[in-house]
Ligand binder design. Sequence first.
Ligand code: ACO
Length: 436
Amino acid sequence: MAADILSVTDNRTGQAYEIPIEDGAIRATELRRIKIAEDDFGLMSYDPAFLNTASCRSAVTFIDGDRGILRYRGYPIEQLAEESTYLETSYLLLFGELPTSAELNRWTDEITHHTFVHENVKGLMEAFRYDAHPMGMFISAVAALSTFYPEAAQVDDPENRLLQSKRLIAKVPTLAAWTYRHSRGLPYVYPDNELGFAGNFLSMMFRMAEPRYAADPALERALEVLFILHADHEQNCSANATRSIGSSRVDPYSALAGAAAALYGPLHGGANEAVLRMLAEIGDVRHVPAYVERVKAGEVLLMGFGHRIYKNYDPRARIIKETADQVFEVTGRSPLLDVALELEKIALEDEYFVSRKLYPNVDFYSGLIYEALGLPVAMFSVMFAIPRTAGWLAQWLEGVNDPEQKIARPRQLYVGAEERDYVPLKHRAGGELAAV
Ligand code: ACO
């Protein structure tokens, strides 16, 4: 067996180097030894968008994108979606093991008793315009929580970290539901401690005058499954944002507000919103072929298709498709489902999508379920943020505990102007400048 060493020759100097390979990777800092002169900075690797750079060691989530495998702490997502609950899964993500029955009871009790938010949060919600996007409100509200819990800044204290983590998991559904109630001009509904995690969320969303809101058990379970599927996804854009912001040792509310902002974008968690808008624009199965042609011509993206990691069917999309069927049994079938099924059918057979390995991702069907649950499209990315809070926290905790981590600070390849002298205003040539 050959040694785990990469031998490189720098043809600029003829110098040979041996770089250790560990866990299938070389350390980028090893490249710095490769220099053309003593005062040379050393070789860097250039990797825009981190296509081939591992930024951490992680034991939280495993993905094999080619084989369509997703596991939290080793447990296949299919088994968790079938057997687990969101709160049990969040425990697994944070602590690394499934809880015993006593541990789960305690965890459930603690999360349940942290669901209330400070009354001033209502004032914060009311400060937003009636048509404010719920995700903008959600991001702001998560950031604002750090001002209610100033002790959260003590990120080196493990007990404190755990307390803030519980608060975050417990309070995000309350914040999320209140953004919706605000947009409808409806009174905010307080948490109901007798209900489960998903049931309580649905109650805070939809309860009106009834003493207790009872969600349809099939819909409650469907939401629970969606929460499990969305709980973590290793080093995606928002997890990376959590770790990067957290690496400055800021409090977790601020780090997670940044993560939620990353999730808001249409290429990440905003995709489910974009899928529904796309399906509504297509409108009818007959218009699908023409739309696919526009995608192939590069005019539009097929939202909910493609993934940086999965070059196979996203395993979450498969489970969500089954969940959608169960939801539609209760709520009735969405006419847009037929458009989605036809799109998927054509895309899975078409050379453009096949050759690029573009398959439905988690967002292709989730929006249809949210719509069937009565949620407006603008709430979809907020729905993603609720369970992803557990994943962000697991990533954040791992990051702040990792002795190898320092403040995240990538290098750049500077391509700007060389040093030049300041030109007084009266001597400058006119002309419109393009935005840089
Ligand atoms: N529709 C049409 N073509 C696509 C799509 C799509 N949805 N996704 C990728 N492609 C094409 C690209 O144009 C490119 O074609 P080319 O080789 O001819 O230039 C090729 O497939 C490779 O795509 P990249 O953009 O290089 O893939 P990347 O890994 O950078 O992007 C991403 C992944 C952002 C998810 C992309 O597939 C996309 O924009 N999808 C639509 C948005 C979406 O659904 N996002 C949700 C992702 S899942 C999540 O965050 C929860």
